[in-house]
Structure formats: structure tokens, C-alpha cells
Design a protein around this ligand. Structure first.
Ligand code: GLA
Length: 724
């Protein structure tokens, strides 16, 4: 049984073959965190709680001075009394009171896993779910701590529901999704941070006393900080050591924090960012938080990644895309920007088709008066000057050639210079009396308005109903400002950031359900909203606007901690690169793009005949190994170093492929043997180019001699087939 309740000793034990998670009940009232880690066959409370009469402690039972919620390891915080560490929730009643007193009431264990209403969440049929009910009897409030343990993965998902069963309105000032206290602090904190064109840099540093906090208040999860926290043992590396990963399935403002408290324990708390949040709970209503994934690996970061990859590919992305191969695309952006004609596109698509490309994506610039990025967002009607025969005409031509057709939209935006703004200025996010702030000379549509949601559903439905569009790139190129909603009363204005995200999820859910055959690619100036919430609707993301292959090896390395290559859009672009000005070999650009969700984004007609020949060969190589590259297991064989050198391994039952990049050339290189580590030790692998056969164990442990490579950023690959 994955979840048991020990009625005598008063604890819950959630377990599968890999992990155990134990929750205690103290004094019949308080929910404590007792254990999270490798599977325990059974549990008899060997790790007893220690009760000490500490200075400054406060005690729920006054004469019991050794019992204090200041120091107990908890599964949720208390409010306004007893526990001074970071809190997971906060209520305010209409008198302004901010005290609650939640105590344990009951529990339920059920089979399967509920999907969260209006929010993206993991699927699960074979799973088991535990609900622990806590009640504040004074104000008739209820809190449900929900835990699902996965059957075959070292994963627990958590969320909280807050309910107002009283007769008075109450406000939720903070509605966290998860809190737990681990009994030690000798961890390294691992986070993914960055900026536009520089996403997902991995930072790792030892935890120190106090709060270490990542947050977004930009309206989206943001490229600045990813909604993820890792806690790794000091010795943990890619291949060994323990690490916990906490990942938030949410695309808006978040907070993810670790607090090392006075006696050396670590509190982890994740949820919607309370700085930009409040929710009015009328009598009888409830608030459902987004979900957090808790992942544990005892075999380093690679194992942690394997779990995330499998979980998201199997239980999070839209089901119809789980096993479906993704087409090789040519995106029009870097090759044309806003400057193209119908004839240009048709010629380019034709050439792409001859090279073996399967999907042509018309990026920005096809609608309204869009000659640059200052106008027309919201006017989703074709620009007849550029495309006199409309979108359908181009789509038809491509379809006749057995090519798919994709289109760029930035649905959440509105340009001031647009017909939509003339008609509906009130649809843009604004606060009365204050000027609206533009970013990229555009405003944000207020997706918290039902009318705006309906409008977007209609626009997209109209386009997709023609059945001419096979793919949509859903972009979002600025963050939110003047977050207000003129339809809501004053005491609900702080709900708007979250309502925006709920509105977005509603539109995405409706449209992607209506058109399950359409492939959606998530984008926010690249990885600006690359998070598990968006992945639940759109199975791939444009990873970064930075297409420089050297930078991409770092960015894709970072995201690969959490997402498999199939989720990371990666394109071969021109050299010198448009963002960095760097020259890199075409083969290196290919090998890095091939290690993601593969495509091209370059001036295809300006490539030399030799380059076109090489591109054609790349495409046919990719097609041969597509299943391996899109659905195989992915491992990082080297930690990213200062030279940005990387080594990636793809493997499945029948073949394996190594992609190695030297990054920036270094002098006095030592002799290097690269160990493949993760091949099947007892299998034989035949190297495709040389025909030489090696055992998996020698490749894994003795390693491949890395040739001396001159020049920056040269990549090579080795492909093997399994012969036995
Ligand atoms: C964003 C995207 C790019 C491209 C442009 C178009 O920056 O990330 O890929 O679509 O917008 O304006």
C-alpha cells in the first residue's frame, strides 16, 4: 500500500519502491514532517522528535515548556502565534485580525489523483492521494493538505485547498502550496536563474542562516528565476549523491524559499507570491493552490532529471503528444524578421521542403500593419500588402506539398497602435488615473476579464477551424504592469495577477482541447515563461531567443535539469549569430540544435550550395535517429565548466548517441577519456562510422579518448547501435 496510516503511532507513511515520506500528528493536533528520502521498508519512529525547553520558545500548552511549534518540523506553518519561520498561508478577517489556529481534524486516502480545477496539474491513475484536513474552529476555516505519491517514480505532488466554512468574508493574504521542514541545513541550494537570452544558468551555493528566496512579481514565472529549488548534499554531482527537487506547476508570480532557522533545520516553502496576491473568500467558498512536484534522487542530478523528464512527458503534457514525433521546422523569424512577401515565403518553404523540412512556421509580421514591433498586436487579420492571398493560400500550397504550416501569435498583447486598442482600450491592463507603462511598445491584455478570454478563444478558434494551421507559436514578450481590473471591487484588486494566470489557463485549455491535433509551442521572448504550468498545455517551448550555439549549450544544459530535449525548441541559425555575432561551424550548430526540439531559423536562400547540401544531410540524419533524440533517455556526462564544454548522451534499447562539444578551446589540455556511464554494461555497441564494437562497460568505465580539437566550439558525435 503506498499510503498507510499508523493509528497507534499516529503517522502517515507514503511510500513506493524508491521513496518514503512520513507525516506525523503530534498531540492529536499538529502535523509534523518526519521524513522524506529513500524508501523505508517500515517505520517505527527511530528518528524521534527531541523536546527541549528553549529560550524564547512559545508553548501551546503553557506548562509543557519543552513542546513548542517554534522548533517542531512541520508540514504547514501556524499563523500569528507559535511558529516564527516563513509561513505558508495567512488569513485576514474583516476586523483586520490575522490569527488562526488550525488543528488536525481528519484524513482521507483515495485512489488516483484529482485534477486541479482551473489549474494545470499532473495526471495519475495508479497513484494514491492523502488529504489531511485541518480546521480553525474559531473562524470555521478549513485547510486541506493534499499529497499524491506516484506509483513508479520518486515523486510526491502537493497542493493545498483553503476553505471558508464560516459566515463572514475572510481574505487570504498568502496561499502557499507547500511547506516542509527538513531536520538539517548542510545542503547546497541549486537554482536556475537568468535573463532574456541568458536563461537557466545553474547556481549552486551552500545554504546559510536566514531566508534564501527566489521570486517573480512580473506576472509570469520569468526568465529571471525559475520556479524551482534543489537541495543537494554537498557531495552530490551529476551521477551520485542525494538531491531534492521542488518544482512549481505555475506560470505567474511565485515565491520559492529556503529558510535555515536558528537550530539548523531547513524550511522549504513554495507558492504564489503573496506580495502581489490576495483572495477574498466569501462564506462557503474555497481557494485551490497550484501544485508542487517533490522529486528525490539518491543518484545525483542526472537521476533527478530522468524523473522530471519522465514525469512531465508522461503525466503533464497533453496526452496526445506523449508519443507523437515532432516535425523538423523552419521558422521565418531570423531569416526575414518583418521583411517578407508571399513569394519569399513560398520560395523559402519550397526550398525547405526540398531539404526535408516538414513544417514551415510563419513568425511575427503577417498581420495588421506589422512592419516592425511597434504596432498591430491584437489585429489578428492578415496583412494583405504582404500576403495578398491570405494565410489559407500559403497553407494550401504547403499542404499540397505535404508540408505542415504554423503561425505565430502573441495573443495576450495589444499595441496602442492597433484597431483593437481603438475599440477596446479598457481591455488592456490599467489602473484608473495612472499612465499605462509600455514594454516593447505594447500593453498587456487583461486576461482576468472573461470578455477578453472569450475574444481570444474566438480569434484562435476561427483560425484553427479552417484546419489549415498545424502549429501555433504562442508568444508573450513583456511583463505585467498596472495590474488592475475595473470590474472587480476594491477589495479584490489584488486578485488580478492570479486571475490573469487563471484566465490564460482557461484560454489555453479550451483551445488546446478543441484542437488536439495542433502542436502548440510556448514562448515568451524565448524561455521567459518556460515552466511546468505552460507545458501542461503546450508540449514544447522556444527555449531562448539566443540561438548562438555556444550559449545554447549552456542554456539547454540548464533546462535539461528539469525538461527533456523534446520540450526545448532549438534551431540552427545563421553564422555570425544575430545575438552574439559569434561564428560557429554549421555542424556544431546542428549538433546542439539536434539535442533539442530540432529546427532551422536562418536565411535559407542565402546558404551556399555546400551549406544546403550539409543541411540536407543533417535532416536525413536527424530523421533516422528521431525516435532516439525525441524519446530516448538523456544524460549529461560532464558538468558544465568555464569553457562551456558539454557532453550529452541519448540512449534507447537499440541505439545511443553522444554529442560532445569542446566549448572554448583550452591550452595544455590533459588527455581526456569520456565515460558514457549510462550505457548498458552487458550490451555490445557498434560504432556506426568505424564499425568497431565495444562493450557498454568499457565505454562506461574506461571511456572514449577525446581527440585534440583546435578552435572554439567544435562539436562531434558518435553513434552506436546495440548489437547484442
Ligand atoms: C519573440 C520570440 C521570437 C520571435 C519574436 C517576434 O522575441 O521569442 O522568437 O517570435 O518575438 O517578434
Amino acid at each position: 500500500m503506498p499510503i498507510i496510516f499508523d493509528a497507534e503511532q499516529k503517522f502517515f507513511h507514503l511510500s513506493n519502491n524508491e521513496i518514503s515520506y512520513i507525516i506525523g500528528i503530534e498531540k492529536g493536533k499538529y502535523i509534523t514532517h518526519r521524513y522524506f528520502g529513500p524508501n523505508l521498508e517500515c517505520y517505527h519512529q527511530v528518528n524521534q522528535l527531541q523536546y527541549i525547553d528553549r529560550g524564547f520558545a512559545t508553548n501551546p500548552i503553557s506548562e509543557e515548556r519543552t513542546f513548542s511549534l517554534n522548533t517542531l518540523p512541520l508540514e504547514t506553518s501556524t499563523q500569528g502565534s507559535l511558529d516564527y519561520r516563513v509561513s505558508n498561508y495567512q488569513f485576514r478577517n474583516i476586523e483586520g485580525g490575522r490569527i488562526t489556529n488550525f488543528v488536525y481534524d481528519r484524513f482521507e486516502i483515495s485512489k488516483g489523483k484529482q485534477r486541479l480545477e482551473g489549474l494545470p496539474s499532473l495526471r495519475g491513475d495508479m497513484e494514491q492521494t492523502l488529504e489531511i484536513y485541518l480546521v480553525d474552529h474559531i473562524q470555521s476555516l478549513e485547510m486541506i493538505l493534499r499529497y499524491t505519491i506516484y506509483d513508479t517514480l520518486p515523486v510526491i505532488s502537493r497542493n493545498v485547498e483553503y476553505r471558508n466554512d464560516g459566515a463572514q468574508v475572510i481574505y487570504l493574504e498568502n496561499a502557499g502550496s507547500m511547506l516542509l521542514d527538513l531536520p538539517r541545513c548542510d545542503f547546497d541550494l541549486v537554482t536556475l536563474n537568468g535573463a532574456h537570452t541568458n536563461e537557466a544558468t545553474i547556481h549552486r551555493q551552500p545554504l546559510h542562516p536566514g531566508i534564501q528566496k527566489l521570486a517573480s512579481s512580473r506576472g509570469t514565472s520569468s526568465p529571471q528565476h525559475h520556479p524551482f529549488l534543489g537541495l543537494a548534499d554537498r557531495c552530490t554531482n551529476e551521477d551520485q549523491g542525494c538531491v531534492y527537487g521542488f518544482h512549481f506547476i505555475y506560470s505567474g508570480n511565485f515565491v520559492a524559499q529556503a529558510e535555515v532557522e536558528q537550530y539548523g533545520s531547513t524550511r522549504i516553502q513554495i507558492g504564489i507570491n503573496p506580495e502581489t496576491f490576495e483572495w477574498k473568500l466569501s462564506p462557503g467558498s474555497h481557494f485551490q493552490t497550484p501544485e508542487v512536484v517533490l522529486n528525490f534522487s539518491a543518484r545525483g542530478f542526472n537521476q533527478l532529471s530522468q524523473t522530471f523528464h519522465k514525469l512531465y512527458q508522461t503525466n503533464l503534457i497533453p496526452e496526445q503528444w506523449r508519443e507523437k514525433e515532432r516535425p523538423i521546422l523552419l521558422n521565418s523569424w531570423e531569416g526575414n524578421y518583418f521583411d517578407f512577401t508571399e513569394a519569399d515565403l513560398i520560395r523559402q518553404a519550397q526550398l525547405a521542403k526540398d531539404l526535408g523540412i516538414e513544417l514551415f512556421v510563419l513568425d511575427d509580421g503577417w498581420f495588421g500593419q506589422r512592419e516592425d514591433d511597434t504596432t498591430s498586436l491584437g489585429d489578428w487579420e492578415v496583412n494583405r500588402e504582404k500576403l495578398p492571398n491570405g494565410i489559407e493560400y500559403i497553407a494550401d500550397i504547403l499542404h499540397q506539398q505535404k508540408m505542415k504550416f504554423g503561425l505565430w501569435f502573441e495573443p495576450e498583447m495589444i499595441s496602442v497602435k492597433s484597431q483593437l486598442f481603438e475599440k477596446h482600450p479598457e481591455w488592456s491592463l490599467c489602473v484608473p488615473s495612472y499612465p499605462q507603462t509600455q514594454g516593447r511598445q505594447q500593453l498587456v491584455l487583461n486576461l482576468s476579464l472573461f470578455e477578453v478570454q472569450e475574444y481570444l478563444i474566438k480569434v484562435l478558434t476561427d483560425y484553427l477551424s479552417s484546419k489549415k494551421i498545424d502549429y501555433i507559436k504562442w508568444d508573450m514578450n513583456r511583463h505585467l504592469t498596472e495590474v488592475g481590473n475595473f470590474l472587480l471591487p476594491d477589495d479584490q484588486q489584488k486578485e488580478v495577477s492570479h486571475r490573469y494566470v487563471l484566465g490564460l489557463y482557461r484560454v489555453l485549455s479550451e483551445v488546446t482541447k478543441k484542437f488536439p491535433q495542433v502542436l502548440f509551442e510556448n514562448c515568451s521572448s524565448g524561455g521567459g515563461r518556460f515552466d511546468p504550468g505552460m507545458i501542461a498545455y503546450m508540449p514544447q517551448t522556444w527555449t531562448s531567443d539566443n540561438t548562438d550555439a555556444l550559449c545554447r549549450s549552456k542554456i539547454q544544459y540548464g533546462y535539461s535539469y528539469l525538461y527533456p530535449p523534446i520540450m526545448m525548441g532549438a534551431h540552427v541559425s545563421d553564422s555570425p549569430n544575430h545575438q552574439l555575432g559569434r561564428n560557429t561551424p554549421l555542424e556544431s550548430r546542428f549538433l546542439i540544435a539536434m539535442s533539442g526540439n530540432f529546427g532551422y531559423e536562418l536565411a535559407i536562400e542565402k546558404q551556399s550550395p555546400e551549406e544546403l547540401k550539409e543541411i540536407k544531410e543533417q535532416i536525413s540524419f536527424y530523421k533516422k535517429h528521431r525516435r532516439l533524440l525525441q524519446f530516448g533517455q538523456f544524460y549529461r556526462l560532464k558538468e558544465l565548466d568555464a569553457a562551456y564544454s558539454t557532453a550529452w548522451l541519448f540512449k534507447n534499447e537499440t541505439e545511443a548517441l553522444l554529442v560532445y562539444s569542446n566549448g572554448l578551446a583550452q591550452p595544455a589540455q590533459p588527455v581526456q577519456y569520456l565515460k558514457t556511464k549510462y550505457l548498458e554494461g552487458t550490451s555490445l555497441y557498434k560504432e556506426t562510422r568505424t564499425g568497431k564494437v565495444y562493450s557498454g562497460s568499457e565505454l562506461n568505465h574506461a571511456g572514449i579518448l577525446i581527440p585534440r580539437i583546435k578552435g572554439d566550439f567544435n562539436c562531434f558525435y558518435i553513434h552506436w547501435t546495440v548489437t547484442e
